[in-house]
Design a protein around this ligand. Structure first.
Ligand SMILES: *[C@@H]1O[C@H](CO)[C@@H](O)[C@H](O)[C@H]1NC(C)=O
Ligand SMILES: *[C@@H]1O[C@H](CO)[C@@H](O)[C@H](O)[C@H]1NC(C)=O
Ligand SMILES: *[C@@H]1O[C@H](CO)[C@@H](O)[C@H](O)[C@H]1NC(C)=O
Ligand SMILES: *[C@@H]1O[C@H](CO)[C@@H](O)[C@H](O)[C@H]1NC(C)=O
Ligand SMILES: *[C@@H]1O[C@H](CO)[C@@H](O)[C@H](O)[C@H]1NC(C)=O
Length: 450
């Protein structure tokens, strides 16, 4: 009996110990899991440096992507930022019989044949909305069979002409970010992109070799992001050539120096994005344009589009005229200058030989819910010569469609968010008023995988 009791108490003790051990193991597992989760995902987004280019027919902006893996490192290429484009396309050539892992020149891609589903879908479905470059045929299969590379029409955003490109399976790599720093990236995307002959990129700025499609099309970049990354584009276009701006994809905070403790999202106001049946671009509803408390109402038939390839904001004549009248009224004291195309309203910025910096009243784009996107002098007045500065608005003509196109001059040093998850457009208004700019993201690389 004694023996039994001893044994029992031993077993009891032992099981208690086991239980304790189990708890310790569970706790340890949780700690290590938690630790691993943090170690594996130090980022909330992918991040791309953004460059401004002024050596083409209009100012343009590019984002730096990593393309082919050559000589043990990724090639970095600049692709034009185009929030209208439906597919990514770039300067490359397709090779049919290539060895796996072997990327001669810039051709880390594989052809999509005419018979494959993505070819048919991109060419013929409603996803292929393209006002300028409709497909030559709506047939689901092409007349050519065999080794046929899928031909797709895209718009050259510089010349606004059609280019025929060949669809392929592509691979790009991005660095990652937690909103504060850049981490060495292993973030690969495998989009259906397309190859274009070098000749079709002649109009592009120097060192720009492709088009980065950032529209809401399922075939634009957002459609290929890894699962934890949200389809939320944070875009901050720089005003200078010397220091890059920044582009993010993901649900992430954004920090701009020197305010290392201010999440830029706290500066943002939001207005809904509006669907447009013939476009994958981004549209918003502007109710009125307000200058010094006086509103110019926007007709209900007017749609407003945001563009990363139009340099200046374009207004249909019936909107342009009253806006300009109001603007001239509140700037009466500034000496005028002759119009400087494409601008109709210009000012002299030198009095008796000394240059003066203009300061003009804000122009506010007002949305149905009362939110206002404030455009201050840096985004409304463009210095065109040493002595002349102009109101950076362009008369689009009586039939201009869309009636308002918001151009990039108005967007520089403003933080913008195109949120496809919530279908919302976020804007900060000028970051200069917050004593920072789009060129203030800390692009210093941090190696996260030590
Ligand atoms: C293809 O279909 C679209 C929409 O149905 C139509 O507008 C277009 O004219 C068609 N194109 C051709 C070449 O048949
Ligand atoms: C990404 O990180 C690598 C270092 O791993 C760096 O060399 C490269 O310049 C970065 N790429 C971009 C586009 O910033
Ligand atoms: C193009 O890239 C080359 C090499 O990276 C550089 O030396 C040159 O300054 C760049 N040109 C322009 C216009 O950015
Ligand atoms: C839009 O409405 C305005 C007046 O509200 C009218 O003058 C203009 O012709 C219309 N434009 C279009 C493209 O329907
Ligand atoms: C940028 O980030 C790096 C890495 O975290 C940090 O060492 C550096 O101090 C930051 N730069 C500024 C100006 O804060």
């Amino acid at each position: 009996m004694l023996l039994f009791q001893k044994l029992y108490s031993r077993i009891y003790k032992y099981s208690k110990m086991l239980f304790l051990l189990q708890i310790i193991v569970i706790v340890l597992t949780f700690i290590s899991l938690d630790h691993e989760a943090i170690a594996e995902l130090p980022y909330t987004s992918v991040v791309l440096p953004v460059h401004k280019h002024t050596d083409a027919s209009k100012p343009l902006y590019s984002a730096e992507v990593m393309t082919s893996f050559i000589d043990w490192q990724y090639m970095r290429e600049n692709f034009l930022i185009d929030i209208d484009a439906t597919i990514i396309w770039h300067d490359c050539s397709l090779l049919w019989n290539k060895n796996q892992g072997d990327c001669p020149t810039n051709s880390c891609n594989y052809p999509v044949t005419c018979e494959e589903y993505p070819c048919t879908d991109i060419r013929t479905s409603s996803s292929y909305k393209n006002r300028y470059c409709p497909p030559k045929t709506n047939w689901s299969t092409l007349p050519v069979w065999g080794l046929c590379t899928c031909p797709v029409n895209v718009v050259n955003p510089v010349t606004v002409s059609c280019v025929q490109v060949s669809l392929n399976y592509d691979n790009f790599r991005f660095n990652e970010s937690n909103g504060r720093n850049v981490y060495t990236g292993w973030d690969d995307v495998y989009p259906h992109a397309a190859c274009a002959p070098s000749s079709s990129l002649q109009s592009f700025p120097a060192n720009v070799t492709g088009v980065l499609a950032l529209s809401s099309s399922p075939y634009a970049l957002a459609g290929y992001l890894h699962k934890p990354l949200k389809r939320v584009l944070g875009l901050c276009l720089p005003s200078t050539l010397s220091t890059p701006g920044v582009l993010f994809y993901g649900s992430t905070p954004y920090y701009l120096l020197p305010h290392s403790d201010v999440d830029v999202r706290s500066y943002l106001s939001y207005t809904p994005l509006i669907k447009h049946q013939n476009s994958f671009g981004y549209f918003i509803g502007v109710n009125s344009i307000v200058i010094k408390k006086r509103a110019v109402n926007i007709p209900t038939n007017a749609t407003t589009k945001i563009s990363t390839t139009e340099p200046y904001t374009i207004l249909r004549t019936d909107i342009y005229n009253p806006v300009v009248r109001r603007f001239l009224k509140v700037t009466k004291r500034i000496p005028p200058a002759k119009p400087f195309p494409p601008f109709g309203v210009c000012f002299s910025t030198s009095t008796k030989g000394t240059q003066v910096g203009l300061r003009v009243p804000d122009i506010e784009f007002s949305f149905p819910d009362g939110k206002q996107w404030t455009t201050s002098t840096a985004n409304s007045i463009k210095q065109v010569t040493k002595d002349v500065a102009c109101l950076a608005l362009v008369d689009g003509g009586a039939a201009s469609e869309p009636a308002i196109i918001i151009g990039t001059f108005q967007m520089e040093d403003n933080f913008l968010v195109l949120d496809l998850e919530k279908s919302a457009f976020g804007f900060s208004s000028s970051l200069l008023r917050k004593k920072t700019s789009c060129s203030n993201f800390n692009l210093t690389l941090v190696n996260s995988y030590v």
